[in-house]
Ligand binder design. Sequence first.
Ligand code: EAX
Length: 325
Amino acid sequence: MLLKRVIATGVFALGLATSVAAGAEELKLGYSLAPTSHYGVGATAMGDELSRLSGGKWTIKQFPANALGGEREMVEGAQIGTVDIVVTSSGPVGNFVPDTLITDIPFLFKDYAHAHAVLDGPIGQAILDQFPKHGLIALAWGENGFRNLTNSKHPVKSPADAKGLKIRTMENQVHMTAFKALGVLPTPMAFPELFTAMQQGTVDGQENPIGVILSAKFSQVQKYLTVTQHVYSPALIILSPSVWNKLSDQEKGWFKQAALAGAKAMRQKAEDDAKNGIEELKKQGMEVVTDVDTTAFQEALKPAYADYAKKFGQDKIDAIKSYKY
Ligand code: EAX
């Protein structure tokens, strides 16, 4: 009995020694969309670059389509070390790292170039630097894209049309404050529950970038799309400290460089989808409103802006809005 155990332990130790000698480690990377989405494209680019830089020491195995849970659950997984890497929207991240919430303010960023300049500059870096004290490592800002409203009831051009609709929001207090101000009934819900909630009529609509609407096949359950572009939705590439803390400085550099390659590919795909995806959604039967009364939406959001100024400081918001790029 004892002998058997010694032998078994010996074999186990040998197995372990062999794999350590080979040096290869497969990391688990989770995200909420299909492999063909901007997250999948970004994850692949990151994995390729990480393998290349590390000479095959690290490879990335992807778990798409919420296979490791919703975004909040995956971030929790990264904190405790059950998930190695997460590509997530900023949606639930503010519940872990409150400094990210300022980026979720509606109509804060004018366009993609503005968002990239702020997030890749000192303001964005200062936010990434907050992650370690909350038990997470943020390797890079990725991209989800400008969000647009869909619903199953009627075309929406102005806030008056949106009033009374039951809209799923992300589990994000900044977004919820905005939707309350617009007079919709915000229903925070994890993304994996959303398709069924729309199919069953638990909510009338949702809002997401074009790439997400395409990837998650929302045209099957939503008739009306309004290109509101009401908020820029950043993504983050998050690493578990359980991985990070074992790395040498050189290896940490590889992970960051690989994440930046992933972020670049993710942004490219998100922007291509935003440009080309509307036609595809029309083909799939969606009725699309593009002449949106943006000023009316911004007017209706005034109470929310007052709230954000109190919460974040108007100076900090203005520093982002007036950032030179
Ligand atoms: O990250 O929850 C959301 O609406 C997100 O935008 C989606 O999961 C993609």
